[in-house]
Ligand binder design. Structure first.
Ligand SMILES: *Cc1c(COP(=O)(O)O)cnc(C)c1O
Ligand code: SF4
Length: 336
C-alpha cells in the first residue's frame, strides 16, 4: 500500500476513536438512563476513567441498567471496596513486575515474550487487571524500546513475540508496520501474536493496511481478540473478524469470566457459537485476576468449572475454551 493510503486509513479509525465517550453522564443519557444512577461512581473510577467507543455503545440496550456491555464499562461504587478476600489483592496480581526483562518487555513463559506496545486502549474495562500498570514508565520512542529489542535479539529461545498492552492496535498503522519490521529482522522469531480488543470495540481498525502488514510478514501472524458476551458480536464486528479470518490470519478469542455478565451457560454458549460461526476459535476463559477494585466481578472457580462442564455437553469440543488462571511464578497459565 502507498504511504498516503495508509495515512488515510489511519485517519479514519482514529477519528472514530477521538469521538469515544468519556463522560459517564453522556453515556447514561444516550442510553435513556437516569443520571443519578452514577452517584459518586466517577470518583471510584479514579484515574481509570470511563471510556467507550460509539460502536460498542451502539450494541447496548437502551434503558437497561443491567446491560452486560454497559456493566463492563460503567464505573460503580463497588470499585471502591477493595477488601474482598484478603491478602491476594494487589496491584500486580500476575507478577508482571518480576518478569520484566527490559522496559515494556515481559518474559514469563518459555519460547514467548510479551511486549507492552502501548498503554492506550479504546475502552476502559472496569475489570481490567492492567488498570494499575505503571504505563507512564513505558517506552515511547524506538530509542526507548532499544533495550527490549536487544533482549529479544540476544535470546534465541524466544520464538514468539506477543504484542499486548494496553492495546497494540492503538498504534497508528504506519508505526505498527514499523514495529513489525523491526521484529521481523530478528532471525529466531517465528510468530507474531497480537492481543487486541480493537476488532471488537472498534471494528473499523481491521483495515486493509493492518491485514497487509499481517499477511505480508515473514512471521506467522495470529490475533487473539477479547469478547465476553454474544451481544458484543454484532454484524459490524462479525465482519471485522471475518476479514481477519479470510485473509488467513488464525484468530482466537479470550474472555474473562465475569459475575453478572457472562457467568451463565446460555451466555457463554451463545458467545462461543457466534465466534466459531465466523471462524474464530474460543481459546481461553480466564478466571478474573485479583487486583484492587474488581472483586465484585469475581465468580467462584467451582462455578466456572461447572459452566465449562455444561458447555461441553452443548458444543463441539473445539468451541469450548480452556478455563485458566494466571498465577505469579508459574511456568504457564494454569488450567482450572
Ligand atoms: C498470557 C501471557 C502469555 C501467553 O500465554 P499463552 O498461554 O501462550 O497464551 C505470554 N506472556 C505473558 C507475560 C502472558 O501474560
Ligand atoms: S481492552 Fe484489555 S487491556 Fe484494555 S482496558 Fe479492556 S481488558 Fe484492559
Amino acid at each position: 500500500m502507498s504511504e498516503t493510503s495508509i495515512q488515510l486509513e489511519t485517519v479514519s479509525w482514529r477519528r472514530e476513536l477521538a469521538r469515544a465517550i468519556r463522560d459517564p453522564a453522556v453515556l447514561l443519557s444516550r442510553l435513556e438512563l437516569p443520571e443519578n444512577l452514577l452517584g459518586d461512581a466517577h470518583k471510584a473510577a479514579g484515574d481509570f476513567s470511563l471510556m467507550v467507543t460509539e460502536s460498542f455503545l451502539s450494541r447496548m440496550v437502551e434503558g437497561d441498567v443491567n446491560d452486560p456491555l454497559l456493566r463492563q464499562v460503567l464505573p460503580t461504587l463497588a470499585e471502591m471496596s477493595g477488601a474482598e478476600s484478603g491478602s491476594e489483592i494487589t496491584t500486580d496480581a500476575v507478577g508482571d513486575q518480576a518478569a520484566t526483562r527490559a522496559p515494556g518487555l515481559i518474559h514469563k513463559y518459555q519460547g514467548r515474550a510479551l511486549l507492552i506496545a502501548t498503554g492506550a486502549c479504546a475502552i476502559n474495562c472496569r475489570y481490567c487487571f492492567r488498570r494499575h500498570y505503571p504505563y507512564s514508565d513505558a517506552p515511547k520512542s524506538w530509542t526507548d524500546w532499544k533495550p527490549a529489542f536487544d533482549v529479544l535479539r540476544d535470546d534465541s529461545s524466544i520464538e514468539e513475540i506477543i504484542l499486548s498492552g494496553g492495546d497494540p492496535l492503538m498504534l497508528p498503522d504506519g508505526r505498527f508496520a514499523e514495529l513489525v519490521e523491526i521484529l521481523e529482522a530478528i532471525p529466531h522469531l517465528k510468530r507474531l501474536r497480537i492481543h487486541s480488543r480493537l476488532p471488537i470495540v472498534l471494528p473499523s481498525r481491521v483495515n486493509e493496511s493492518l491485514l497487509a502488514t499481517l499477511t505480508s510478514s515473514r512471521l506467522q501472524g495470529m490475533v487473539v481478540v477479547h469478547a465476553n458476551h454474544p451481544n458484543e458480536l454484532d454484524e459490524e464486528t462479525q465482519g471485522a473478524l471475518k476479514r481477519l479470518v479470510s485473509s488467513g490470519v488464525p484468530t482466537l478469542n479470550q474472555c474473562v469470566l465475569l459475575k453478572g455478565i457472562n457467568d451463565d451457560v446460555e451466555t457463554l454458549a451463545g458467545l462461543c457459537t457466534k465466534l466459531v460461526n465466523v471462524g474464530v476459535m474460543p481459546y481461553y476463559m480466564s478466571q478474573l485476576d485479583r487486583v484492587a477494585g474488581v472483586g465484585h466481578f469475581e465468580v467462584p472457580v467451582e462455578k466456572g468449572r461447572q459452566l465449562i462442564k455444561e458447555l461441553r455437553t452443548r458444543l463441539p469440543g473445539y468451541a469450548v475454551p480452556q478455563y485458566v488462571q494466571e498465577l505469579p511464578g508459574e511456568p504457564n497459565k494454569l488450567p482450572l
